[in-house]
Design a protein around this ligand. Structure first.
Ligand code: PLP
Length: 287
């Protein structure tokens, strides 16, 4: 389907765009022969829109382009992607905008073109504090030397299954650990904690996703509240001793962690100040 962005953005209610063309939600879909579906071959982004303004759109589209480049999945022109995300965000107000780039199907009999899907989602309503179950994650590269470092690909099955394992045991989500017990990240979020007057967080060299929220919190919000930051390689014991724990993501923003396994963590003032600073940054950017 050719990109016809101009047509797409005329609608006030645009919820789903496929290759820039508005499609009714009930009819939207990709081919069953698309490797995005068959093999998780593709990549994605989730962007938060505040009152119709996509937050850090440039950083999300940069990461999407990097993911697609690593996988060899085609990316539409940047101006088209921006236009499509802005159109869905504008119509959605306070919402999440999901962007999917599929790999397309390569069977010569049923070859299908790669697709770009931009879709509206309601903001996930989550109740803090989060209770996390530590889960060993041998599928995680745990190093930035992986060729797939920083790729936000559609192959999230192991991460999502670990969330389900945690939920079946009465937790909200998993905390992924390397086999040697190093703290990595959540299945869909980064983690940080307050210890000895600092904000500590796993280093990107551990192959965790370069989270945009993490970058805003470490690079901007922490400075505003006068909190020094240290990135490092930490065993689970370090987080269990922390004064406060935080989950960071586009969807969760800055959210308190109330428990890791059996261990309870305090919901504290530092997390509240960081969350407020993050909100202020969002408000300034949304104008
Ligand atoms: C594995 C993982 N880590 C961290 C994050 C948080 O990234 P961001 O702040 O860019 O949403 C995500 C987001 O989906 C993720 O999937």
């Amino acid at each position: 389907m050719p990109a016809e962005g101009k047509e797409a953005v005329t609608s006030r209610s645009v919820r789903v765009l496929i290759d820039g063309v508005e499609v009714p939600e009930a009819e939207a879909g990709v081919s069953i022969f698309d490797w995005g579906l068959q093999r998780g071959f593709g990549c994605f982004e989730v962007i938060r829109a505040y009152e119709g303004h996509p937050f850090r759109l440039g950083a999300h589209l940069d990461r999407l382009a990097r993911s697609a480049g690593t996988l060899g999945v085609p990316v539409p022109p940047r101006e088209s992607l921006e236009e499509w995300v802005r159109a869905v965000a504008r119509a959605g107000g306070d919402c999440q905008v999901r962007v999917l780039l599929t790999g397309g199907g390569r069977d010569p009999l049923v070859a299908t073109a790669p697709r770009t899907v931009v879709l509206w989602e309601p903001v996930a309503r989550l109740e803090p504090p989060l209770r996390l179950l530590p889960v060993e994650a041998p599928w995680h590269p745990a190093t930035d030397r992986s060729p797939f470092y920083a790729v936000k690909w559609l192959s999230y099955a192991a991460n999502m299954a670990s969330t389900d394992i945690a939920r079946r045991q009465g937790y909200d989500d998993a905390l992924l650990l390397s086999p040697d017990g190093t703290v990595l990240e959540g299945p869909t979020f980064s983690v940080a904690w307050v210890a000895e007057g600092r904000l500590e967080t796993p280093a990107l060299s551990l192959g965790i996703l370069p989270s945009i929220t993490r970058a805003v919190v470490l690079g901007e919000a922490a400075g505003r509240v006068g909190l020094p930051v240290r990135e490092g390689v930490y065993p689970l014991a370090r987080l269990l001793e922390a004064e406060e724990g935080l989950a960071l993501s586009t969807v969760k923003e800055v959210m308190s962690i109330g428990a890791i396994g059996e261990r309870s963590l305090r919901m504290g003032e530092t997390g509240d100040r960081l969350a407020a600073a993050f909100r202020a940054i969002v408000a300034e950017e949304a104008g």
